[in-house]
Design a protein around this ligand. Sequence first.
Ligand code: FES
Length: 273
Amino acid sequence: SEATNPGDGAGDVPVRTRAALTRRTLRADRWWIPPLFTTLGLTAFVVYATIRSFMREGYWDAEHHYLTPFYSPCLSDSCVPGSSHFGTPIGELPGFIPLAFLSLPFLLGFRLTCYYYRKAYYRSVWFAPPACAVTEPHARYTGETRLPLVVQNVHRYFFYVAFVITVINTYDAVVAFGGQRGFGIGLGNIILLVNVFFLWCYTLSCHSCRHVTGGRLKHFSKNPVRYWIWTQVSRLNVRHMQFAWITLGTLVLTDLYVWLVSTDTISDLRLLN
Ligand code: FES
């Protein structure tokens, strides 16, 4: 049948609508496995991160100066002594406000509006559609032109803030080499470093970063430095999905390690001092 496409702004262009099938899909393979695992993975991370962000314990190891990224930067008088690398310009915070309440909304926004995560949750949570050649339950399609999805267009601004927060996480990882006994290296340092390494990979491989570095250029040949940076970012960009998942894992691993060490559940494995 013929109809107009409501989402492309060319209202009078005739397009084919869906085939009149009585079944939701003719696919015989297990197409539902990727969206299922995506849902489980994202849910597990959101549950863990939410619980940890409100716990207010096990986020700073005073002996080795390990700070979990879930509480960075810690800018409140409610933060335990030593964990505030940038001072405490904010007074006491009630228990229902996470101590990293300034950075967490931006990090959440950065991930929520990320081009890869959009693909992931549009398919696995929104079912729009859940897989190729599988009918979606929604009757209409308006793309990202209306609330709430029009907010996706502010991704680049979340990128700017996330870039700064990654710099802060890097600073935290460097500070952690100087514990109470001076310079030293432990397994925690390696975990913190690996985490920030992959956070940089994820942040710099962002599509907005690619646009910031090489977008709107008319002549690459006249901008060799930006062209070189854009080329490197583009090489990272093809692995953006992997970095998105790897960083969820490294964030949880880093937080869990700092939690266990700072509560004396396990001892930090010391390699030097
Ligand atoms: Fe994924 Fe920007 S962080 S596209």
